[in-house]
Design a protein around this ligand. Structure first.
Ligand SMILES: *[C@@H]1O[C@H](CO)[C@@H](O)[C@H](O)[C@H]1NC(C)=O
Ligand SMILES: *[C@@H]1O[C@H](CO)[C@@H](O)[C@H](O)[C@H]1NC(C)=O
Ligand SMILES: *[C@@H]1O[C@H](CO)[C@@H](O)[C@H](O)[C@H]1NC(C)=O
Ligand SMILES: [Mn+2]
Length: 450
């Protein structure tokens, strides 16, 4: 009798696991195909709910490969369904890893604490020389329930591929993780990097935005470099970022993000792209045309970018404080990347992506509490809209009329910040930085003329 019960339990668990993975696979495939079907659609008529959900599940700042303009169609990785034979979808460890961490933990474990990733830089980058005296960097990495090996590879890649004289420190902020291996075991393993690492643990869940600020306050390097907890930096990744900031302290720079597949953990080089967004305030990658890289610097040309994708960027530490860090009232994550991007451009700074600085980033497909994530995203977006979009907030509300009277907290401090910094109008930003963002009426007019 007991054996039968155990067997039933076992099969029950397995079936449940298989069903959830199949559902997940189904969901994922629907996304891939919906993307492949409509690349010609203009940004403004994206289906909000689907996109929001996708954003909610995947997390901020991630690199949806299917969305990226990819020059080498042939080399484009297949969706993971095609890899079906290589994975044992019924393995409970695989299922648990995927649903908890959003990536293949079996492979992550087998890769262990560190590995070498291929050098994805253009050959012209190898000829670049950077000043020997550069500012120092504090690398801030926040994590919440990250997979142990993935987190550790992030740290060890920074330690292994950064000259120690420019690395002031790595600041790890544990935002109230719940897993045991991220406590004593992590501290124990980090001992080998003792001289460079500070670990901070929050006393309550702060969310990524406030966690980054907690890390930034403790930093003492000249430059703050924010990384996600599932990255692997590439060779000579930091020097280009620091050199650009050394030349211009109001320059904010992002590395090019190479995508690390969440199932295979293979790294795929990214084409050169810039960050953009639509009137839903959804981030997207945009093509950089070949003629834009025709100058003497060729494929190493810094790319002027209307927006940054998420939390991977470098900024002068004092400048970060001067322009008002982040909006501390924003929750969890989402919209903070666009808010900071607008603030940088409108208040006298610049934002560039540097193709010679490469950082691999795992596109995790994490199952999160969607209700909670969407709620935070909505609130954060509204704060951005009411502080920064001026009369163009109408464009956002045309997409989301339901949010017109949704509360967004007290923004008076951020409005005052904008006034104090003497920032330019959103109209200026549209004219000067991001003319590609068309209003709905412009789009209709253009369609009529065609
Ligand atoms: C898949 O994993 C399950 C559970 O670990 C195991 O019983 C099964 O034999 C595996 N199947 C294959 C084809 O390896
Ligand atoms: C998700 O978040 C919402 C809002 O914070 C909460 O009410 C709900 O209980 C959460 N659901 C789960 C499954 O944790
Ligand atoms: C909003 O915050 C400011 C200070 O940050 C405060 O002076 C003001 O009274 C607040 N407004 C409301 C309606 O609470
Ligand atoms: Mn990320």
């Amino acid at each position: 009798m007991r054996n039968v019960t155990i067997l039933c339990l076992l099969y029950g668990t397995l079936t449940l696991g298989i069903v959830s993975v199949l559902l997940y696979v189904r969901f994922h495939r629907d996304h891939e195909s919906s993307w492949q079907k409509k690349p010609q659609e203009p940004a403004t008529i994206w289906k909000l709910d689907k996109k929001l959900q996708q954003q909610a599940i995947r997390g901020s700042g991630q690199i949806p490969r299917a969305e990226r303009p990819n020059k080498d169609e042939a080399k484009k990785p297949k969706p993971f369904l095609a890899l079906g034979e290589n994975f044992n979808y019924t393995d409970p460890e695989f299922i648990h890893g995927l649903s908890t961490y959003g990536l293949n933990t079996i492979i992550s474990k087998s890769l262990g604490n560190q590995r070498n990733v291929p050098d994805t830089r253009d050959k012209m980058c190898l000829k670049k020389h950077y000043p020997t005296r550069l500012p120092t960097a504090s690398v801030v990495i926040c994590f919440h329930n990250e997979e142990f090996n993935t987190l550790f590879r992030t740290v060890s890649s920074v330690m292994n591929l950064t000259p120690h004289q420019i690395l002031e420190e790595i600041i790890l902020v544990d935002d109230m993780s719940e897993f045991d291996d991220l406590k004593d075991k992590l501290d124990y393993h980090l001992e080998i990097f003792r001289e460079k690492i500070k670990v901070i643990r929050t006393k309550k869940r702060e969310g990524l935005i406030r966690a980054r600020l907690i890390g930034a306050v403790r930093a003492s390097g000249d430059v703050l470099v924010f990384l996600d907890s599932h990255c692997e930096v590439n060779r000579v990744w930091l020097e280009p970022l620091l050199a650009a900031i050394a030349k211009d302290r109001k320059m904010v720079v992002c590395p090019m993000l190479d995508s690390i597949d969440h199932m295979t953990l293979n790294l795929y080089p990214s084409p050169v792209v810039r960050g953009a967004f639509n009137w839903h305030l959804q981030f997207k990658w945009d093509t950089v045309f070949a003629y834009e890289m025709d100058g003497p610097e060729g494929p190493t040309t810094p790319i002027r970018s209307p927006a940054m994708s998420g939390g991977i960027f470098a900024i002068n530490r004092h400048y970060f404080n001067e322009i008002g860090q982040y909006d501390k009232e924003m929750n969890l994550w989402g919209a903070e990347n666009l808010e900071l991007s607008l603030r940088i451009w409108m208040c006298g700074g610049q934002l560039f992506i540097l193709p010679c600085s490469r950082v691999g980033h795992v596109d995790r497909h994490r199952m999160q509490n969607i209700t909670q994530v969407i709620k935070a995203l909505r609130y954060n977006n509204l704060r951005l809209v009411h502080v920064w979009l001026d009369e163009y907030k109408e464009q956002f509300f045309l997409q989301r009329p339901d949010l017109k009277s949704t509360p967004y907290g007290n923004i008076s401090e951020r409005v005052e910040l904008r006034r104090r910094l003497g920032c330019k109008s959103f109209q200026w930003y549209l004219d000067t930085v991001f003319p590609e963002l068309e209003t709905l009426s412009e789009m209709k007019a253009n369609n009529l003329h065609q």
